[in-house]
Design a protein around this ligand. Structure first.
Ligand code: SAM
Length: 261
């Protein structure tokens, strides 16, 4: 796999909408309720994984980006030995992994599944998850609910600044913007650029661009993918406060799915 996150990994934990994302408590509660080991796919820098380990849960994390995993390792070094001992990290592809372990819960927090552009890749991932779950294990699939209004009306190729600049520990100031272009409404894929405009302490500026393609899914498409892969949907939430699908628009699509066959 190419390390798409290589340039962005150092900024990831400082990006304000990521650092303040209200999903961590939800995942910690679900991990505790699973009563068994947890696997997080696309675990990145451990933003969600480390709080789960702190809560006393044994957790494996898998990610395709060595740079994101390096950040996670670094952050783990600062944790007590007990927390570190609960975590196992793997570099791998969520479409084709073999960990020779079974898990009570598999999670994919904050949309890594949307990096999988084709139905074949999506099914390969879901089937790999199925193989790694205990007989009554659960999957939490976490993707966004596409807004019809934004799909139709959002201007393509326009850079939008996302909130005020944030500070890095070494004093650099970073403004994050994003650009969505080339909307392919047939393949349900957009080109995304996450743009980091960095100002160094001596006033020098530079720009880092994290470019990737992102797939969006509608509710029933995701349900059909889950059904084809041997899962039954138990819950569908619109938010991490467990608000029901339909209670807010567009909200998220957070599926709790049980392994059935
Ligand atoms: C938006 S980040 C989410 C990280 C973390 N789950 C969180 O909530 O902060 C997406 C992560 O998915 C990983 N990823 C994308 N495609 C992947 C694949 N095919 N296999 C494994 N990891 C992948 C990226 O490397 C990145 O770390």
């Amino acid at each position: 796999m190419t390390d798409e996150y290589a340039g962005a990994a150092e900024f990831y934990d400082y990006v304000v909408p990521y650092a303040t994302r209200g999903d961590v408590e939800f995942y910690v509660d679900e991990a505790l309720a699973a009563n068994g080991p947890v696997l997080e796919l696309g675990c990145g820098t451990g933003r969600v994984l480390i709080p789960i380990a702190r809560a006393g849960v044994t957790i494996d994390g898998l990610d395709g980006s060595p740079t994101m995993l390096d950040r996670c390792h670094e952050k783990l070094q600062a944790e007590p030995a007990k927390v570190q001992s609960r975590v196992t990290l793997h570099e791998g592809d969520m479409r084709s992994f073999e960990l020779r372990k079974e898990f009570a819960l598999v999670t994919i927090p904050f949309r890594p599944f949307q990096h999988l552009l084709t139905v074949d890749d999506q099914l390969a991932c879901l089937r790999s998850i199925h193989r790694h779950l205990t007989s009554d294990g659960r999957l939490i699939l976490d993707i966004f609910n596409p807004s019809i209004d934004l799909l139709v009306n959002r201007p393509s190729g326009v850079e939008m600044v996302e909130g005020p600049p944030f500070e890095m520990p070494d004093g650099r100031s970073v403004t994050r913007s994003f650009k969505i272009s080339n909307p392919d409404r047939f393949e349900q894929v957009n080109d995304i650029e996450l743009i980091y405009d960095v100002t160094h302490r001596d006033g020098r500026t530079e720009r880092q661009v994290h470019a990737f393609r992102m797939r969006y899914f509608f509710r029933y498409e995701a349900e059909h993918l889950l059904a084809r892969s041997g899962f039954a949907v138990e819950q569908l939430y619109a938010g991490y406060d467990r608000s029901a699908y339909g209670s807010t628009y567009p909200g998220e699509l957070i599926f709790i799915a049980r392994k059935v066959a």
